[in-house]
Design a protein around this ligand. Structure first.
Ligand code: SAM
Length: 223
């Protein structure tokens, strides 16, 4: 899979793309991430990418021309172009799966007061929010999308079973997990997990997942 990211702060991507699962996926060529410096497409001698808001108001808005040029330089017929925006569709695991199904994503990171509306109207295929809060820019949101999508790529996780059982897959939150020691400060691991009875462990995990989901996110259980 290939992901192009358009940003005025490409350096924000350096460490996350080198580290852990993302670093490994990129080294193994499961994933190619290319960060495009929007300033290279900026206007005039100052490589300007923003301007004042028509109609007046606080702050600057990102101009459309540098974004259109940067995106059109890498876009192909099959590319899926995403504008990161707090006004977008809120991302969930179903949305992540959908994004992972595209061979090529282009992620546009806004800054300042946001992006000229013509980018949303005439360039982007999708507007995605990572949650109901406002960040200073789209870069961390783009990294969230990249990491969530990269976990779903074949071969990305050592154990594909991790995907089947985890929270937000199958409409349930995950059951509690324990590791050694069996007793810590007097808090013991549930007996059933030490029993070696795989059927009983399975049933306990299913019940726990159900309980935790009902307590914390009843909306996931449906009507
Ligand atoms: N004025 C805009 C509004 O009220 O909707 C907020 C602009 S925000 C300060 C600047 C940029 O950060 C946005 O253009 C977007 O790219 C990014 N951003 C902020 N919050 C986000 C979120 N929850 N999800 C995705 N991107 C976000």
């Amino acid at each position: 899979m290939r992901i192009d990211v358009v940003s005025i702060f490409p350096e924000l991507f350096d460490a996350p793309l080198r580290t852990s699962l993302l670093g490994k996926s990129i080294a193994a060529r499961r994933l190619e991430v290319n960060v495009i410096d929007l300033r290279a497409h900026g206007l005039g001698p100052h490589r300007s990418v923003d301007d004042a808001t028509y109609g007046g108001g606080a702050g600057m808005v990102m101009r459309p021309e540098p974004i259109f040029t940067a995106v059109e330089e890498v876009a192909e017929e099959s590319s899926h172009i995403v504008l990161l925006s707090p006004r977008g569709t809120r991302l969930d695991q179903t949305g992540v799966k959908r994004l992972a199904g595209h061979g090529h994503l282009i992620l546009i990171c806004g800054r300042y007061e946001g992006v000229d509306e013509r980018v949303a109207e005439h360039l982007a295929d999708d507007e995605i929010s990572i949650g109901d809060y406002v960040l200073a820019g789209g870069e961390l949101a783009a990294l969230v999308v990249i990491e969530a999508v990269s976990r779903l790529l074949p071969g990305a996780l050592g154990n594909e079973g991790s995907l089947a059982d985890e929270s937000h897959t199958g409409g349930r939150l995950e059951y509690p997990q324990f590791t050694r020691p069996a007793s810590y400060r007097g808090w013991s691991v549930p007996e059933v997990l030490l029993s070696g009875d795989h059927g009983a462990v399975e049933r306990w995990r299913r019940d726990q997942a159900e309980r935790i989901t009902r307590e914390r996110r009843p909306d996931l259980l449906g009507p």
